[in-house]
Ligand binder design. Structure first.
Ligand SMILES: [Zn+2]
Length: 245
């Protein structure tokens, strides 16, 4: 009998016990998930304030991002971020509370829309907005990477977690309401370590929530500075509507 054959039933048993003690709940509305419901309940999935950003050449995210990313190819958010909604709690859970599974599931859902879109059909590489290594260490994971894992599964496109690095720690963007201040805060914070991997390709920069888009724009600037002929598109799970005006 191997150690592995002992550990697996033990782990399964613990998971079963955990589900009995703490039945999984929907991170949006907090009700217990029923049979066949995974990650979020069917009602919250149905009521999610989805955009249709991926079907139109022009959309509010493109309008916002093309101001700070010259020659942007396309940009889309899966749903509209509202401060008072349960979907905000879900974003909080996937970002700060260790719920990587939500980030992956949402990425997978988003990817099913993007793979049908003419604007995303030729994406060649998924690049998450990186965290500074000290922050990643403290948090244990980068939610944007987990979203990429989900996107990659449904789009069949590889991700690259290593080529773009955050080289400077920045103060949190969340408390900066002013767009100019947000842009100054992240300017020059990113660097490409392997520009040859991106050169000449169509990449998708991936983030969780777009507010002014200053962080993604700083990533795009680093890509443009260090690699030639890159086409850049942007995808975020949620976008704050009307921000950065
Ligand atoms: Zn729900």
């Amino acid at each position: 009998m191997t150690l592995r054959s002992l550990i697996r039933p033990l782990r399964e048993g613990l998971r079963w016990l955990g589900e009995q003690l703490f039945p999984p709940v929907c991170p949006v509305c907090g009700t217990a998930l029923g049979r066949g419901e995974r990650t979020i309940c069917l009602r919250c999935r149905w009521e999610m304030p989805l955009t249709d950003d991926w079907v139109a050449a022009r959309n509010p995210v493109v309008t916002r991002m093309e101001r700070s990313i010259p020659e942007l190819t396309h940009a889309a958010a899966l749903f509209a971020f509202r401060h008072e909604s349960g979907y905000r709690r879900m974003i909080h859970a996937l970002k700060y509370a260790g719920r990587r599974d939500i980030a992956v599931a949402m990425g997978e859902m988003f990817g099913r829309e993007l793979r049908e879109s003419p604007f995303y059909r030729d994406i060649e590489l998924l690049i998450p907005v990186p965290l500074h290594w000290t922050k990643r260490l403290r948090r244990g994971y980068n939610q944007a990477e987990e979203i990429c894992v989900g996107l990659s599964r449904s789009m069949g496109v590889p991700y690259d977690f290593r080529s773009l690095r955050r080289v400077r720690r920045t103060r949190t963007q969340a408390r900066r309401r002013d767009a100019a201040d947000r842009h100054r805060n992240v300017e020059g914070a990113f660097r490409l370590t392997r520009p040859e991997r991106l050169a000449g390709r169509h990449i998708l920069l991936v983030d969780d929530v777009l507010t002014t888009g200053a962080t993604v724009a700083a990533c795009a600037a680093a890509v443009r500075r260090d690699a030639a002929g890159v086409r850049i598109s942007v995808a975020a799970l949620a976008a704050v509507r009307g921000a950065g005006r």
